[in-house]
Design a protein around this ligand. Structure first.
Ligand code: 4AD
Length: 472
């Protein structure tokens, strides 16, 4: 009937009281000192052989045998440490052990090379000893092996404080965003993930057999969120898994990620969509910075990053202006082509230098680089009513106004090489009247990665799926 005490609650005022703690064995030293870990907090437990404590030689042997990461319950008395405790978060107190039960034993040898697991990639960069590994090719390989080791043993890897913080932040980000959307009259809907045709076109689609019919996994909720608008839901959002059969192995592409999609009616023009970006992101960033600074600090300790710079009103530049900035810096670029990762990043640097911000919008993209459903500009149909949002020089959102005329939509789909038969029910939904509308989509893992200045999207996916990885 005894209640558990959380390690994080152990403080000096509790000296003298008996507590029951459950946690993992972080380390054991000479059978006498066990550092116990629970939810990222650690406390030192001391087993002293004596009449009073009832700690026997047997118990000391038992403790010596405990492998790291085993789950134990300790009953003990909170006391003041004689010597300063090092290597524990709760330094004011230690636990005088009375009884210890092992609930679940860990294998004695951990697959993570402990030295590597404990060190951040930034530490590796700094370390003198690893100078050889810094020559790009070898260092890259080393970081890759380290990452693979972590991902192959993801359950263990996820126990580290930085990872615990990353997924807490991801959850907070999603909820904050969803609450803001909800407060602005957007309703949370779900859309099918099993589709009869691809939603974004292109080749990056997983195909399979659906009871004898060709089917594919949704690359986005795009077509269905638009159909919800045609069904008179004025503002909707969808948060859920989406699938892309990416070929390339990149730092920012997954084969399965969490899509956050927004769609709404437009009253005057598509700048209303960009206004929503301001209304949604700026309060989310502020809230995360203010309310979850502890988690951000924990991530930063393992993966140092600079706080995000953003303005009260997000900088908006046309795609043409972006191209101009790149040109002025001597970057050769096709004014009607898309930006690649390298030019995006270069532009990000240049914008940071010029405007002192890490968060900005580029709008009015060339029509040719946007999906078939994108509305062309009336004044110059080589351009489209579309935009991308960038965080630290990388795309996190793409959005725009959609074509709501069914004839025009069908024509554009054909021009883009889409088999319109596979999306006929989508096009038909516009035949009974459809309002001007638009929206945007983003990848949650990518946003959190860039917010925290992380170098790889696998760090923000609990169990990432990429072209080479299907387990764990
Ligand atoms: O740019 P994308 O493909 O746009 C759409 O899906 C549109 N339906 C959105 C819209 O409403 N017009 O994807 C949107 C976002 C990207 O900006 C990026 O953040 C993320 O989704 N994303 C990925 N994240 C992880 N792995 C991938 N393979 C991703 N592909 C896109």
């Amino acid at each position: 009937g005894k209640e558990w005490t959380d390690v994080s609650d152990l403080v000096g005022e509790m000296v003298g009281s008996e507590v029951l703690i459950r946690g993992r064995v972080h380390t054991v030293r000479s059978g006498m000192f066990v550092i116990l870990r629970q939810s990222g907090f650690t406390v030192q437990c001391v087993a002293k052989k004596s009449e009073e404590t009832k700690v026997s030689a047997n118990m000391i042997n038992f403790l010596k045998e405990l492998s790291d990461e085993s789950i134990v319950e300790v009953i003990g008395v909170v006391s003041l440490p004689k010597d300063p405790v090092t290597g524990a978060t709760q330094q004011q107190v230690e636990i005088q052990v009375r009884k210890v039960y092992c609930l679940s034993r860990s294998l004695p040898k951990l697959p993570l090379i402990p030295e590597d697991a404990a060190r951040s990639e930034a530490d590796i960069e700094k370390s003198e000893k690893d100078a050889a590994k810094r020559t790009t090719g070898r260092r890259k390989r080393y970081v890759r092996i380290l990452q693979d080791t972590r991902l192959n043993n993801r359950v263990l890897d996820l126990r580290t404080p930085a990872n615990q913080a990353i997924f807490t932040l991801t959850c907070r980000f999603k909820y904050t965003f969803a609450e803001l959307l909800s407060s602005k009259g957007f309703i949370d809907i779900n859309t099918p993930r099993i589709l009869g045709g691809s939603s974004e076109g292109g080749s990056a689609v997983f195909r399979f057999d659906y009871k004898g019919k060709p089917a594919c996994l949704a690359q986005s909720p795009q077509l269905y969120k638009q159909m919800a608008i045609c069904a008179d839901f004025p503002r909707v959002f969808v948060i859920g898994p989406v699938f892309r059969a990416e070929d390339s192995f990149s730092h920012r592409h997954l084969c399965e990620f969490t899509g956050v999609d927004v769609e709404m009616g437009i009253q005057r023009d598509y700048t209303e969509l960009m206004d929503q970006v301001d209304h949604l992101f700026l309060p989310t960033f502020t809230k995360i910075n203010e309310m979850f600074s502890k988690e951000l600090e924990t991530v930063r300790k393992q993966y140092p990053f600079e706080p995000l710079k953003f303005h009260e009103k997000t900088l908006r530049l046309t795609f043409e202006e972006g191209i101009q900035i790149l040109k002025e810096a001597g970057v050769e670029i096709d004014p009607f082509g898309d930006l690649n990762t390298e030019s995006e990043r270069r532009l990000g640097q240049l914008i940071r230098e010029k405007y002192n911000t890490d968060f900005y919008i580029l709008y009015r993209f060339p029509l040719a680089v946007r999906p078939f459903y994108t509305m062309p500009c009336e004044d110059d149909p080589r351009y489209s009513k579309s935009f991308d949002v960038f965080l630290r020089g990388e795309e996190i959102i793409s959005g725009g106004q959609r074509i709501h005329d069914p004839e025009m939509l069908e024509k554009r789909a054909r021009e883009c090489g889409i088999n319109v038969e596979t999306i006929s029910t989508y096009i038909d939904s516009f035949r009974y009247g459809a309002p001007p509308h638009g929206g945007f989509g983003m990848g949650l893992e990518r946003v959190v990665m860039l917010f925290c200045g992380l170098d790889n999207i696998r760090k923000t996916s609990l169990f990432p799926r990429d072209p080479h990885r299907l387990a764990p």
